[in-house]
Write a protein that binds this ligand. Structure first.
Ligand code: PXP
Length: 289
């Protein structure tokens, strides 16, 4: 490796001591398309198989109370064979009962409103803390690792810990929605601070929501974020390039970002380029900070 390149990588991107974040692929939106016709195709189970084959470390699904995409059948079938299932659910009795029966490897407690298009914010762990703690404990009692989806906020981290969770998923929506520039840099910095604060109080830190091929790099490089859960962008890209390739591309982008390489994502279906170095202040992807 040429000296200059190596030097610049060291300057900008000290490798995360915890390594590359795992990629959890959320297949909800495959089910969204299926539910549009109320039939059996496309099957999120098939998508999960392809995602795992393409290098996904886990499969994430959200069993919403209104069953708008993932159905109980999906949870049951997927539980039988995916290497790692992360079940997102509200802390409500009906879905908790199903989770207790399915015993997923991991569960992520999320807020849920029927009228929302997607999960809009993190769970407020300071509201009804006893109820939250009871659900966390119940899920843990069947061997499930419980995380809570929260905004990157120290009060929420502390409340999640107090509820007994060992893990949190930081909501990256504000970062993803912020305009490139100071607003996005500030949102990224909040995520970085929350990740550090979470680790300091003993939490495993994940992140997700709104991450895509252009904005994932800086989040992947945050020290101590161990898992990224990504759905919409992967399913959307899969329509044009196929599921396996969409997952492989995301996996490579994450790896490249952590390794200090700036992958060029064209977003037009063309091949991704890998291996370009990142210099101080240089942009990652198209949506620069
Ligand atoms: N993490 C959580 C907790 C979510 O609720 C969602 C959306 O279902 C995601 C990650 C994935 O978000 P997106 O589909 O925007 O990638």
């Amino acid at each position: 490796m040429p000296q200059g390149r190596y030097a610049s990588v060291m300057l900008v991107t000290p490798l995360s001591p915890l390594g590359t974040p795992r990629l959890g692929v959320n297949v909800d939106h495959v089910a969204t398309v299926r539910q549009a016709r109320g039939g059996t195709e496309p099957d999120p189970v098939a998508a999960a198989i392809l995602a795992e084959q393409a290098g996904a470390d886990g499969i994430t699904i959200h069993l919403r109370e209104d069953r708008r995409h993932i159905q109980e059948r999906d949870v049951r079938v997927l539980r039988g064979f995916v290497r790692h299932m992360n079940l997102e659910l509200a802390a409500e009795a009906g879905v908790v009962r199903i989770a207790l029966e399915m015993k997923p490897h991991a569960a992520c407690l999320v807020p849920e409103k029927r009228e929302e298009v997607t999960t809009e914010g993190g769970l407020d762990c300071t509201r009804e803390p006893e109820k939250l703690a009871a659900v966390v404990e119940e899920l843990q009692s069947v061997g499930t690792t419980v995380s809570i989806f929260i905004d990157p906020d120290v009060r929420q981290l502390q409340a999640a810990r107090a509820a007994g969770a060992t893990c949190v998923e930081l909501h990256t929506g504000s970062y993803a929605e912020a305009r490139p520039g100071p607003a996005r840099a500030a949102a990224l910095s909040e995520l970085g601070m929350a990740a550090a604060a979470g680790r300091e109080i003993g939490l495993v830190v994940h992140a997700g929501h709104g991450l895509d091929y252009r904005n994932v790099g800086p989040v992947a490089r945050i020290d101590g974020i161990e898992e990224l859960n990504i759905g919409h962008a992967i399913v959307a890209r899969a329509l044009f390039v196929g599921f396996e390739r969409a997952v492989t591309e995301m996996r490579r982008l994450i790896e490249s970002a952590v390794a200090g390489c700036a992958p060029a994502f064209t977003g037009d279906g063309a091949e991704l380029g890998y291996g370009e170095e990142i210099r101080p202040g240089e942009k990652i992807g198209d949506d620069a900070l």
